[in-house]
Design a protein around this ligand. Structure first.
Ligand SMILES: [Ca+2]
Ligand SMILES: [Ca+2]
Ligand SMILES: [Ca+2]
Length: 864
């Protein structure tokens, strides 16, 4: 993710043209709109994209020896000394359409710091590179305008404008602006195939949940709709609600509410305005159960440093990547970038971040946090801990008695620990920001075949606080399963936090984006808050609590429209302070702030005719907007866990509709889910679109989704001028709209797990008991707690049990008035009073100890 430097820029032009031709050869999505008569007589068509460099450098490319960037509105490239041929250094743009017999005019402004004559060619991008124009402009220090006309001899859709600027004995700088190639037909307009105009959740709806759909129509008054079962029988009908023009799509839309239909079934369709939706199901809890496993099992095939087995991930087998075996040059003994450090580190393991092979501590941090949070939620809310138990995921660590989601999280935590600066070195305790290739590699590329040198980039305060936060969180979660690892995590978290306090402003720069994403962040006040919160929740110590309370983020309204993400992590701290039990003095206010924040997201969802929880200020969708939609749903779901108010659970279920097809593109953004699902996400491993021998992304992979800034060349070319929801194309080269990343699937995992826990929606089963838990003795690591259980149901409980999970390191040794059995953090008490009449209470004493950290009351109890 965040390839602010575009991958193709570092490739030779041949590499670019190969990828381009593969793209167009395989792109069934490209439709060519026939020219209308009026278009044929309009002004000459412009064939160059971004010839003014107003929107950066894309889709221009250059040879690796001539790095270019935009300077004062012009594209300026540093041309090396000592090359031989003009084509030894090139600045170019591909994908140029030419029509035989049409006349064209190539025009541009150019200057050179030393007088030099270069070649300006219009030619085929592929062998034999047939030239339609080869001009010889003489450049001077003063910018001059040049223009040339020619008549194309042949049709092509794979033409190229190439400034061949090699062959100079001295180094010089080229600057270009206002590049234009006018003539011929307008470039083909990309029109996405959006299928039927009735947009539904293509997977389906919870039987007792909300059921909303959107109809794209010219009509401005209500239209009739019909819901049909698989046999074609109308089972429900009604009238649409006109919603006007939706600003995120530019479409006039109506909404349909068929929440009243509550019969499970498959193959239903919804019709309105003469259009019929793709088929969908009612009764989809099983699909969310599958999605929770798929979304979490995604991490196994993203693992670095381990062979991926076909027996575990069928179709995804590959050699271990980056374990120091040639041609890999990492990750077992990795040097720093020159001048950064004098040591080497073994930083094997972890997850490949996204479509690239980089490993970034900041993005690993939010990802591993959300995986652990998916697990931690099972202790904090009504949920199915058994569904995340040992053996639940497609990973190797079955039978070790550790919940698989924690096994997967540990794979990343171990890597993050290895990124910490050793004790004897400068900046000890800080954490290197990232490790990745020295230069961008092309697609496809098996991790084990990556020949690039790997480098450690400088430590950053943000990365250090990411380790502090997640290692502290991991310490409390791993304690019941592996005390030594928990202690190691806690020590690393303390060391990292202290190092960050001592070095509070070491920022990763935006310019460090060659060969890997920059993940730049110059505001780490949010990371400080998150790390202090996790350390406080795990230790209960006053110093960390003071840091929490002193942070401006503790009382700020941080539930912003843009959602939280890897760069803005204060929300992670707030959510955990709201849900993980602690002695925080203003914990009730913190909990209420989450519910208030969720209300705002719910209002956004209800105002959107597509049910989107995300409405960024200014209206432009950001990179990875699907993840931002989901992170807002995490807040809404947490509000449900806190309040039990059904509107929040319905909001999460309804909010998922957008990602599963109820959107302007009629696109499910989750591979393997829905009739029209994304499957060509940007990845060097899952590059089926480029090489049919390779797989598509695994089922349950989330695409980044619409991105108004369309930074990659494919999106820039196809989607120019797109309304936000249309700024997406399911093409492997569209890394700015269609990548996969570890921090997007982590959010999907969290939300899918929440939804799977909701059964088929509807009223939550009323609890059958109320439990009052308090400590009557708590000193020196020993405690006695008293739990009074009252039967609040209208029926007698026979042979019942009390269940809860500790959130700290508590261990029950003995119960009085009952028998206690503890497995990891989960406690099951069999009361001696096996029969409890309605309204009757019984009290059980629990005698236990706590190894370290606080001793808060459990967050969630159940009886039955
Ligand atoms: Ca310009
Ligand atoms: Ca396990
Ligand atoms: Ca930040």
């Amino acid at each position: 993710m965040r390839h602010s430097g575009s991958a193709p820029n570092s490739l030779p032009p041949q590499g670019v043209s190969v990828q381009r031709s593969l793209l167009f050869a395989s792109a069934a999505v490209i439709l060519v709109v026939p020219l209308t008569a009026s278009a044929a007589y309009a002004d000459p068509a412009e064939q160059i994209v971004n010839g003014t460099f107003d929107s950066g450098t894309d889709p221009w490319w250059w040879t690796g020896n001539a790095p270019a960037s935009v300077v004062n509105g012009r594209l300026c490239a540093t041309i090396p000394a000592g090359t031989t041929n003009p084509w030894d250094a090139i600045i170019g743009q591909n994908g140029i359409n030419l029509q035989a017999g049409e006349s064209y005019r190539l025009a541009f402004e150019a200057s050179a710091t030393v007088p030099v004559t270069v070649r300006a060619n219009v030619q085929l991008a592929d062998p034999p590179y047939t030239q339609e124009l080869s001009a010889l402009p003489a450049l001077t220090a003063q910018p001059q305008e040049f223009s040339y006309t020619f008549t194309a001899a042949a049709d092509t859709t794979a033409g190229q404008v190439a400034f061949q600027v090699g062959g100079s004995a001295t180094a010089w700088t080229l600057c270009l602006d206002n590049v234009s190639l006018q003539g011929g037909a307008p470039p083909p307009v990309y029109v996405p195939d959006t299928g039927p105009r009735v947009r539904v959740n293509q997977v389906g709806y919870l039987t007792n949940g909300p059921k909303q759909a959107t109809v794209v129509t010219e009509a401005t008054t209500a239209l009739p709709w019909q819901l049909r079962n698989a046999a074609g029988t109308v089972v429900a009908s009604g009238a649409t609600t006109p919603r006007g023009v939706d600003p995120t799509s530019g479409q006039n839309v109506h909404t349909v509410d068929f929440s009243g239909y509550r019969t499970a079934g498959t193959g239903l369709t919804l019709s309105a305005d003469g259009e019929t939706s793709v088929p969908f199901d009612v009764g989809v809890n099983a699909a969310y159960e599958k999605l929770r496993v798929d979304a979490l099992s995604f991490y196994y095939t993203q693992r670095s440093g381990i062979e991926i087995l076909d027996s575990i991930a069928p179709g995804y087998a590959r050699k271990a990547g980056h374990v120091g075996v040639a041609p890999n040059q990492g990750d077992t003994d990795v040097p720093c970038q020159p001048g950064v450090c004098d040591y080497r580190l073994d930083v094997r393991g972890g997850w490949y971040d996204a479509g690239d092979h980089g490993k970034y501590v900041v993005n690993g941090g939010i990802s591993v946090y959300q995986l652990m949070s998916t697990f931690e939620r099972t202790k904090l809310a009504a949920s199915r801990a058994d569904k995340l138990a040992d053996g639940s995921l497609r990973i190797p660590e079955h039978g070790n008695k550790v919940p698989d989601v924690l096994d997967e999280a540990r794979w990343e935590l171990e890597f993050m620990l290895r990124m910490q600066v050793p004790a004897s070195k400068p900046l000890a305790g800080m954490v290197h920001h990232k490790v990745h290739d020295q230069a961008w590699t092309g697609l496809p590329l098996d991790p084990a075949a990556d020949p690039q040198p790997r480098e450690l980039h400088p430590p950053s305060t943000a990365a250090t606080l990411n380790l502090a936060a997640t290692a502290a969180q991991g310490a409390r979660l791993f304690q019941p399963y592996d005390k030594a690892f928990a202690a190691k995590l806690l020590a690393a978290a303390r060391t990292a936090y202290a190092a960050a306090v001592a070095n509070p402003a070491i920022y990763a720069p935006a310019s460090d984006g060659i060969g890997g994403g920059a993940y730049d962040d110059t505001d780490v006040t949010d990371e400080f808050y998150w790390a202090a919160a996790e350390l406080y929740l795990s230790t209960g110590e006053k110093a960390y609590r003071d840091a929490v309370v002193a942070s401006p983020w503790h009382t700020a309204d941080l539930f912003r429209p843009e959602a939280f993400d890897w760069k803005f992590t204060a929300t992670a701290g707030r959510l955990d302070l709201a849900t993980v039990p602690s002695g925080l003095p203003d914990r009730d206010r913190v909990r209420k702030s989450v519910v208030d924040g969720a209300q705002k997201y719910l209002a956004t969802l209800q105002a959107s005719p597509y049910g989107i929880t995300y409405a960024p200020i200014g209206g432009k969708f950001d990179w990875g907007s699907n993840n931002l939609v989901l992170n807002n749903l995490v807040v809404v779901a947490t509000a449900y866990d806190i309040s039990g108010a059904a509107q929040f659970r319905d909001g999460v279920a309804g909010g998922m509709d957008y990602l599963l097809g109820r959107n302007a593109l009629n696109q499910s953004y989750i591979t393997g889910y829905g009739e029209r699902a994304s499957k060509n996400q940007h990845s060097r491993m899952y590059a089926h679109q480029l090489n049919p021998a390779l797989p598509n992304p695994p089922s349950g992979s989330l695409a980044g989704g619409p991105n108004s800034s369309i930074q990659d060349p494919v999106a820039a070319k196809l989607l120019a001028g797109c309304a936000p929801q249309f700024c997406y194309v399911d093409d492997i080269e569209s890394w700015s709209t269609n990548e996969i990343t570890i921090n997007w699937n982590s959010t999907l995992s969290w939300v899918a797990s929440f939804l799977a826990d909701q059964g088929e929606g509807g009223p939550a089963p009323a609890p059958v008991c109320s439990v009052s838990y308090s400590k009557v003795f708590d000193f020196g690591g020993a405690f006695i707690a008293q739990a009074t259980i009252r039967n609040t149901s209208g029926r007698t409980l026979n042979d019942w049990k009390l269940r809860f999970a500790y959130t700290g390191t508590q261990k029950v040794d003995l119960a009085v008035n009952g028998t206690a059995r503890q497995t990891a953090a989960s406690v099951e008490v069999t009361p001696w009073q096996s029969r409890l009449r309605p309204g009757e209470s019984t009290t059980i004493l629990l005698v236990g100890r706590v190894d370290w950290g606080p001793n808060p009351a459990p967050a969630h109890f159940s009886c039955g």
